[in-house]
Design a protein around this ligand. Structure first.
Ligand code: SF4
Ligand code: SF4
Length: 286
């Protein structure tokens, strides 16, 4: 099963719009939403019933048994994350604790222990021939890269007979993006013709290339800035990056998304352009 990952470098470029349309055009049997901080692919790909839900455990968190604590202060002094506070008794700051275990090692009376902590929820929509893997990270949890790996693993382990899997990635270039690139066959970057869009596209290209992953680019809302669109096309040409097409800004596409549809579920010019990008990508994936 080949894996196509759709990235953008930043939020709001239309990455999920393109991913949703690709899933429909391909009639994809396997797909995933790796934007675990703010998943939204399920809002437009809602044809399956309730998902199977599973808690995701990230890094453990420290706990202090107040009845054993002798108040030596060693844990607070040795916590590099400043996660232990004293205010009448020693307390762990749940959001600051990184689960490193130092407090457990230094405590002379074994009053601190590391406990598994729920950091998010994995969801798996599936039926006999289709699987959709997604997750939601708990607010304040910092292990999004590990959760992204779990989302992909869940999709692959479902062992569905699919030629191509479509993965909607996270915005940015941080840990979750790196986790989502690992093992994919191609990255499609949905860029937008703005200064920040160009800068973010270059950064995400660099990240993908460091994994020796094939990269292709398309531009969404290309007609909102023709000059910057030209710059993106020239950049791709100069750097031998496959350019797969331009999608216009289209109020009909916005309406379709707001009604829980993909852009190819309605007759609109953005949908026609997405089809062209899709055809080009499928050729490249052969
Ligand atoms: S586990 Fe590490 S980060 Fe958490 S409270 Fe203990 S020393 Fe601090
Ligand atoms: S190291 Fe152990 S005994 Fe000392 S203050 Fe921390 S929890 Fe209490």
């Amino acid at each position: 099963m080949k894996q196509l990952l759709i990235l953008s470098g930043k939020g709001g470029t239309g990455k999920t719009t393109v991913a949703g349309a690709f899933i429909k055009l391909l009639d994809a049997k396997a797909y995933a939403d790796c934007d675990v901080d703010a998943p939204n692919l399920h809002l437009i790909m809602n044809e399956m019933d309730e998902p199977a839900r599973k808690d995701y455990f990230g890094l453990p968190k420290a706990e202090i048994d107040q009845s054993s604590c002798i108040g030596c202060d060693l844990c607070r002094q040795n916590c590099r994350f400043d996660a232990i506070k004293f205010s009448g008794s020693y307390q762990i700051d749940y959001y600051a604790c990184e689960g490193c275990g130092v407090c457990q090692i230094v405590c002379p009376v074994n009053a601190t222990t590391l406990k598994p902590a729920v950091a998010g929820e994995l969801m798996l929509y599936s039926n006999s021939d289709r699987v959709f893997s997604t997750a939601q990270l708990k607010m304040g949890s910092g292990t999004s890269g590990m959760l992204v790996s779990e989302v992909k693993k869940q999709m692959i382990n479902a062992d569905i007979d699919a030629d191509v899997a479509i993965i909607d990635g996270s915005p940015g270039i941080g840990c979750p993006v790196i986790a989502s690139i690992s093992g994919v066959d191609m990255v499609l970057i949905v860029s937008e013709p703005s200064i920040s869009g160009i800068s973010d596209m270059k950064r995400v290209i660099k990240t993908a290339e460091s994994f020796q992953t094939k990269v292709a680019v398309c531009i969404n809302k290309y007609d909102t800035n023709h000059e910057n669109t030209k710059k993106i096309e020239e950049f791709c040409k100069e750097n031998k990056i496959t350019f797969t097409g331009k999608i216009p800004f289209d109020p009909d596409a916005v309406k379709a998304i707001n009604n829980g549809m993909t852009v190819i579920d309605t007759d609109c010019k953005a949908g026609a352009s997405v089809r062209d990008v899709f055809d080009n990508i499928m050729e490249l994936l052969k």
